[in-house]
Design a protein around this ligand. Structure first.
Ligand SMILES: [Mn+2]
Length: 328
């Protein structure tokens, strides 16, 4: 029995509707994974609807929906959604900060992020934190079950791998490479080119311009403050700062109504972004991720009014780096 067999077996008993839900503000990897899974479930006679929370905000994510004909609905607009419905979580785990807990029952989860470590209550779990893109996991379901990829699904999954592994340069596992190779031959590369040409909007460019004026560099670490509530921009602006010669670690952060959101990147193998974000937010907030990329959140109630968050973060980041260097 394959993983898909087990998942389909479970979902056949769904009392009412089946939903597929990615993390809030779904990115290309999340969208492609949902799209691929929806097709697979359809092959097994299970109808499902992709629902999400917050916005699909990035230009390339929106372009994906258009190019591949992917239909996703904001959960709040699905009038029939109720307690009796079942949901498969994709590219996210229950209890993650970037997931809105819907009224439905979350019965299954397919994800490649760090394990949340909390009991999810899911009856089907496929969690592989070592994999670079959730799209690779979904692509493997096709192969394991001998299901042919429609060209659009293959192309979407390939793009998901491109994006989540930064063009096969970040957190890449054997599965990502094997799936990349397999999907590449089946994909419409002209659509990938088109997506690459739609990565940001004109409004994003202005936000970037403003954000880059805030960049401060101390040795190999760069700090970036974005005074704008756009999640996807935080990571991608951080990537650009990381590409500055001499900068190996980036701490990007941005205020939200409920607190401050963090995104860290590291290309120094001695400095784990996951350990660093936990150090930065110790006793104040929470964070986690991988060695090369991590995220975190500092709730507003834990901010001391008399001390600026900028000072706190710089102070802690430098202490962390000094500690790491002493250890080496
Ligand atoms: Mn992902």
């Amino acid at each position: 029995m394959t993983r898909l067999d087990r998942l389909a077996e479970l979902l056949k008993d769904a009392p009412d509707e089946v939903f597929i839900q990615p993390h809030n503000v779904p990115d290309p990897d999340a969208i492609a994974s949902c799209f691929g899974l929806q097709y697979l479930l359809g092959k097994r006679g299970i109808e499902s609807l992709i629902v999400y929370e917050n916005e699909v905000e990035k230009a390339n994510s929106l372009k994906m929906l258009e190019l591949f004909g992917i239909i996703m609905s904001p959960a709040s607009q699905v009038a029939t959604m109720g307690e009796e419905d079942w949901t498969v979580l994709v590219d996210v785990q229950k209890h993650n900060a970037n997931l809105t807990d819907l009224i439905t029952d979350e019965v299954a989860c397919i994800d490649h992020h760090e394990l949340s470590g909390r009991e999810s209550g899911c009856r089907f779990l496929d969690l592989r934190p070592e994999v670079g893109a959730c799209s690779s996991i979904v692509a493997e379901y096709f192969i394991e079950n001998g299901i042919e990829f429609p060209r659009k699904v293959a192309t979407a999954l390939l793009y998901g791998i491109f994006m989540d592994t930064a063009d096969l340069s970040r957190g890449v596992s054997d599965l990502d490479i094997n799936m990349f190779y397999h999907l590449y031959r089946l994909s419409d590369i002209s659509l990938i080119t088109e997506l690459k040409g739609n990565q940001i909007s004109q409004a994003d460019l202005l936000d970037y311009a403003k954000a880059f004026q805030s960049v401060e560099i101390y040795g190999e670490i760069g700090f970036l403050y974005l005074d704008n509530c756009n999640d996807s921009l935080l990571g991608s602006a951080g990537d650009l700062v990381l590409s500055i010669s001499g900068v190996n670690v980036v701490v990007a952060y941005s205020p939200r109504p409920e607190g401050i959101k963090f995104s860290l990147r590291s290309i120094n193998p001695r400095i784990g972004a996951d350990r660093m974000v936990r150090f930065l937010l110790k006793d104040r907030g929470f964070g986690g991720g991988h060695r090369s990329m991590a995220g975190g959140f500092l709730p507003r109630e834990n901010l001391q009014e008399d001390r600026s968050v900028h000072t706190l973060i710089r102070h802690r980041a430098i202490s962390f780096l000094e500690g790491e260097i002493v250890k080496v």
